[in-house]
Design a protein around this ligand. Structure first.
Ligand SMILES: [Zn+2]
Length: 475
């Protein structure tokens, strides 16, 4: 029998607000342990939470971008569980009246529409650091009270590929909304994956297991493939899958049962008596709508219509907000969008990759790149020289004109000087000249290379070819 995999995702996203959700502590990542805490986020008795309005603004942005119905009244509930990463012994979350319901997200390339069950707001827990050498567990409460959105899909995904495409799409939207940095390696975006299998063609859902806290695309893809194989194998053997929470072991490339899966009633949810309901009126929604940034899907369409870019260029340029902003500014300043795209997707992204960084971590002045594009277009720089100038602009923040002059990179456009170089090359390479004249065409390329080298790469290659050919044929 063949089985179909059914996947639902619960995606946790840390919001990029400056302060935490219920207190004024900062949310900066990577600070010294337990230095960004106060009585509220440490759960000390008597401390009272005050909701950060920016969290609701950010949540509304996510709801509007994913077509969720916004709750006019949204409330917070306490989710009770005992674990050392949670000093209050409950997490403030939303069960009964989440901020957004019934949204959707379209998979790329005309893919299916995946339904979202809800988006709710909650607080993050602290971080446990297990030290196997000392046999102790350390607790860092800096992350306690960092605002999270939990975005819950319906079980509409059917393969690891679809789940990853969904996550990519969601990540793009959140990045362009500017509400999260979505850095999986820092834990700003993590996913719980619910997986079940059922006989192909069946409508009834099988028993699901949940693999918790996955924080890399690679792990998520492998975990889904491995877990759906395991479940199908069990069913084939006539065993039943039990509802449980599993842990993915990256090194063993397999998941292991942690505990039987909890249901909502296990958490004894109840409305948080310390936090009043939040009333979201039309004016609030309109204000968010009016300031909503352009989303990647709209950007892609506009780039094709306005700049005449192809599918591939458009898809690369809209993966990152910093990259797309650079592109738009350079395209406008230079008036040459295709060149701007080529430079950014080529030289710029190569530099990003070589440094192991992100586009927003490199400083590139779009006006400087536009100037380089202009100099190439005007024939003042050839491609090789332009790349050298670009590196100087990127590495040193150099002015492109100064960099070109200082490095002597301006094109040799004096025909007399070029003719002298051509003659000098022909005199010093008599063998190549003979080869060329006896019909060995590759000798021509060699001679072009020699002239370019002697000109300090400043000559225009086409002009060199023309002049060489004319000289070889007349002399
Ligand atoms: Zn605090």
């Amino acid at each position: 029998m063949t089985y179909e995999t059914v996947i639902g995702l619960e995606v946790h996203v840390e919001l990029a607000t400056r302060s935490k959700i219920f207190c004024a502590c900062p949310t900066d990542f990577g600070q010294e342990a337990n230095t960004q805490c106060c009585p509220v986020c440490m759960g000390l008795p008597g401390a009272l939470p005050v909701l950060n309005r920016a969290v609701v603004d950010f949540a509304l942005r996510a709801c509007l971008a994913t077509g969720c119905r916004v709750s006019q009244v949204t409330r917070f509930d306490r989710k009770n569980y005992f674990y050392p990463d949670l000093p209050k012994a409950y997490q403030i979350s939303q069960l009964h009246q989440p901020i957004g319901l019934d949204g959707c997200l379209d998979l790329p390339d005309g893919g299916r529409r995946i339904r979202l069950r809800e988006i709710h707001i909650e607080e993050d827990a602290g971080k446990l650091i297990h030290d196997p050498w000392e046999d102790v567990t350390l607790i860092d409460y800096n992350r306690c009270g960092v605002p999270l959105l939990e975005i819950v899909s319906q079980p509409d995904l059917r393969s690891a590929e679809e789940a990853l495409a969904f996550l990519e799409r969601l990540r793009e939207i959140l990045l362009f909304l500017g509400i999260s940095d979505c850095r999986m390696q820092e834990g700003s975006l993590r996913a719980d994956v619910n997986i079940s299998v059922r006989p192909a063609g069946s409508e009834k859902l099988g028993t699901r297991t949940e693999i918790k806290n996955m924080n890399s695309f690679k792990a998520i893809g492998r975990a889904i493939a491995s877990e759906s194989r395991r479940q199908a194998e069990w069913l084939r053997q006539g065993r039943s899958v039990s509802q449980e929470t599993r842990r993915w072991d990256e090194n063993k490339d397999a998941s292991f049962a942690m505990r039987s899966k909890e249901d909502a009633q296990d958490y004894r949810y109840f409305p948080d008596p310390d936090l009043p309901a939040v009333v979201i009126d039309d004016a609030w929604i309109e204000r968010i709508k009016a300031s909503q940034p352009e989303l990647p899907a709209a950007k892609r369409q506009r780039y094709q219509a306005e700049f005449g870019l192809g599918d591939y260029e458009v898809s690369v340029l809209t993966t990152d907000p910093a990259l797309s902003a650079l592109f738009e500014q350079t395209a406008r300043l230079s008036g040459r969008p295709r060149d701007a795209a080529a430079w950014l997707m080529g030289e710029f992204l190569q530099a990003v990759k070589a440094r192991g960084s992100r586009p927003d971590e490199l400083t590139l002045d779009p006006a400087a790149l536009a100037r380089i594009i202009g100099m190439v277009e005007a024939g003042e720089l050839n491609r090789t020289a332009a790349r050298v100038v670009f590196q100087k602009v990127l590495d040193e923040g150099a002015d492109p004109d100064t960099a070109a002059d200082e490095a002597g990179l301006r094109r040799m456009d004096d025909p007399h000087a070029l003719r002298q170089v051509v003659h000098a090359v022909l005199e010093s390479c008599p063998d190549a000249v003979l080869d060329y004249r006896s019909g060995k065409r590759q000798a021509f390329g060699f001679l072009v290379g020699q002239v370019m080298r002697r000109s300090g790469q400043k000559a225009d290659p086409q002009q060199v070819r023309d002049l060489l050919k004319a000289t070889l044929e007349t002399d």
